[in-house]
Design a protein around this ligand. Structure first.
Ligand code: KG4
Ligand code: ZN
Length: 336
């Protein structure tokens, strides 16, 4: 029997260092969306320490769930579904959100569904009002992933390319560390690049001209390291601008080509690096030139959040009649 406030999903995301909770009504109406970033806790280590992340999810999650429900004046009895990320990601952090989500669903007597984090990123796009329905090409570009996915329909994916080593955001974070920017470095590199010269340092465009749609960003990181050894006084702004020029060139060329090759006239760009202004401007301009509509979610839905997890879970439950039993395990290497 449907509840008076409609079908409400509690979404939980803990795959990395963001503790995130959301309440979604039906498939796309966000009632509440809270993200507690642990970035400050990890900044002094220059990256995410899995055990520190797990402990802090454990500490923060119960209060975040309680406060989020209080904010919208709902209780466990008003919920219809719990959706929590079960992979890919760091196993300890995943286990916290997954175990909490399963226990919450069990206690409330409602179904539970585990959500693939990458599918969640694709659904971030569906939360933006003007999103066209599939089919479309999707570029998922974050700290953990860089993949091109042909989305035939929600729930039907064909991964046509992925990074063979580092993700684009991971490379930006590591290069940021080399020039003294704290973790995560992407947003600061984005800002610094405005005052730098993108042509100052001749950096490689890894795999730009290789056949297929795979990426590689590890060599770019090494190229910056070697350059800095020879030129220790290089301006951070020039490093930032030259690095971004390389990342943006490769991502733009491969994504637009993928959309063309698979006859998709829309490309959606999701994940933390989709917040990058240089990438947004370039992809939008090149897409327009080639007749491809390039779309980005609102900034708050680019980086990790639980609204996208709730949206993917609600869709799968309502449209595909899916749910998971309580023995679902965390899958750190889950693919789409
Ligand atoms: O999607 P996300 O929050 O987490 C993962 O699933 O990995 O992405 C985080 C990544 C980090 O590497 C961060 O440096 C990067 O997104 N990032 C950016 C920007 N904002 C966040 N990279 C470039 N430009 C930005 N404005
Ligand atoms: Zn993510």
């Amino acid at each position: 029997m449907s509840k008076p406030q409609g079908f409400c999903t509690l979404g939980i995301e803990t795959s990395c260092d963001e503790t995130a909770v959301s309440i979604l009504r039906e498939e796309t109406e966000i009632l509440a969306n809270h993200v507690y970033s642990q970035a400050d806790l990890h900044a002094r280590f220059g990256g995410v320490i899995p055990e520190v992340a797990s402990r802090n999810h454990l500490r923060k999650l119960p209060y975040l769930v309680r406060d989020t429900l209080d904010q919208v004046k709902l209780g466990p009895k008003d919920l219809s579904l719990v959706a929590a990320t079960y992979g890919p990601g760091l196993v300890g952090p995943l286990l916290v959100g997954l175990s909490y989500g399963k226990a919450y669903a069990c206690g409330a007597g409602i179904p539970f569904i585990g959500v693939n984090h990458l599918e969640g990123h694709v659904f971030a796009h569906r939360l933006s009002g003007d999103s066209p329905p599939p089919p479309f090409m999707a570029l998922i570009v974050s700290g953990g992933h860089t993949s091109l996915v042909d989305v035939h329909a929600y729930g039907e994916y064909n991964v046509i390319g992925a990074t063979v080593d580092d993700a684009a955001g991971e490379a930006l974070d590591k290069i940021g560390k080399m020039i003294g920017i704290g973790y995560p470095a992407g947003a600061e590199i984005d800002r610094l690049a405005d005052s730098g010269d993108p042509e100052r340092i001749p950096l490689p465009r890894p795999m730009e001209s290789s056949p297929g749609f795979d990426f590689s960003f590890s060599g770019l990181k090494t190229a910056v390291l070697y350059h800095l050894r020879k030129h220790p006084n290089e301006r951070p702004a020039d490093i930032a601008a030259s690095t971004l020029a390389s990342v943006v060139d490769v991502l733009t060329k491969k994504s637009i080509e993928a959309a063309r090759r698979f006859h998709r006239n829309a490309l959606i760009v999701v994940g933390g690096v989709a917040a990058n202004r240089h990438l947004r401007d370039r992809l939008t301009a090149d897409g327009a030139h080639r007749g491809i509509n390039v779309l980005f979610p609102e900034l708050s839905f680019c980086t990790d959040n639980a609204a996208m997890i709730a949206a993917a879970g609600a869709f799968r439950h309502l449209r595909m009649e899916e749910s998971h039993s309580l023995d679902l395990i965390a899958q750190p290497s889950l693919s789409l």
